[in-house]
Design a protein. Structure first.
Length: 94
């Protein structure tokens, strides 16, 4: 079961994660790109931006400690995650 988080905008929702670049762009019109993986049964959804995707491609597509530090994933509620996803013109499922 995925834990709920208390969002100031949406109330109690399922936890998800987005890279710092996506999290910072939620309140702006900035397009960051949106790459995500489908959530497994008991794991939250996770998304990263085009810049983070390029870093992964350039570095063997491995989720190393360096990549995770660069991405600096932030906890989002599921509605904030969906809002970030829906405002992007290009969405990529990986």
């Amino acid at each position: 079961m995925i834990e709920n988080v208390l969002c100031e905008l949406h109330g109690s929702k399922e936890m998800s994660f987005g890279c710092i670049h996506i999290a910072m762009a939620i309140d702006s019109d900035e397009k960051t790109g949106f790459f995500y993986s489908e959530a497994e049964e008991d794991l939250p959804k996770i998304a990263w931006c085009g810049e983070c995707e390029q870093y992964l491609l350039d570095n063997g597509e491995e989720w190393t400690d360096v990549f995770q530090a660069k991405a600096d994933f932030k906890m989002l509620c599921s509605d904030c995650f969906d809002e970030a996803k829906n405002k992007e013109s290009e969405i990529h499922l990986r």
